[in-house]
Ligand binder design. Structure first.
Ligand code: FES
Length: 162
């Protein structure tokens, strides 16, 4: 089915039209789109490209250059594994590996079922609990590989029971 970009992306159009037709606003528009959808839909990039009369490849390269922008929707649970100094000293590398092994994805990726995304971050302000990960708004500290598996299993189970 063909995507009706105009109808499916009314919000994108509203965001884009707040800005003057000037390519200097490309990043600002992309940031607003990211805030709205939590990622940058391809359709929004096409709309920006048309509006600013800018090749889609330019919009794409800006969208991929900035780490804060994501081209893929994030999972229901975003797992932020801390790799700051305190966590690193207390074994965050193996925690990061374990999360990746369990979910079979790497940092910046989302599982196929759309449940989990992984991000590796620096200090999330809970060093006393190192090694730590933050899943959505909740902190999990003093992690071990076993704890990581139990936490992910529990979240998965919660989703199958919904
Ligand atoms: S270094 Fe991980 S919470 Fe501070």
């Amino acid at each position: 089915m063909a995507i009706d970009i105009k109808n499916d992306h009314k919000d994108s159009i509203e965001i884009i039209k707040k800005y003057p037709k000037d390519k200097r606003y490309t990043l600002a528009i992309l940031q607003d789109i990211q805030r709205e959808y939590d990622f940058i839909p391809r359709e929004a990039m096409i709309l920006i490209s048309n509006y600013l009369d800018l090749p889609i490849s330019n919009v794409y390269s800006i969208a991929t250059f900035y780490k804060a922008l994501s081209l893929k929707p994030k999972g229901k649970y975003t797992i932020k594994v801390c790799n700051g100094t305190a966590c690193h000293i207390r074994g965050s590398e193996s925690i990061k590996e374990e999360v990746g092994n369990i979910l079979n994805i790497g940092p910046g990726e989302t599982t196929e079922d759309g449940l989990f995304s992984i991000e590796v971050v620096n200090c999330i302000g809970a060093c006393a609990l190192a090694p730590v990960m933050l899943i959505n708004e909740k902190y999990y500290g003093s992690l071990t590989k076993e704890k990581v598996k139990a936490i992910i299993d529990e979240l998965r189970e919660g989703c199958t029971n919904e």
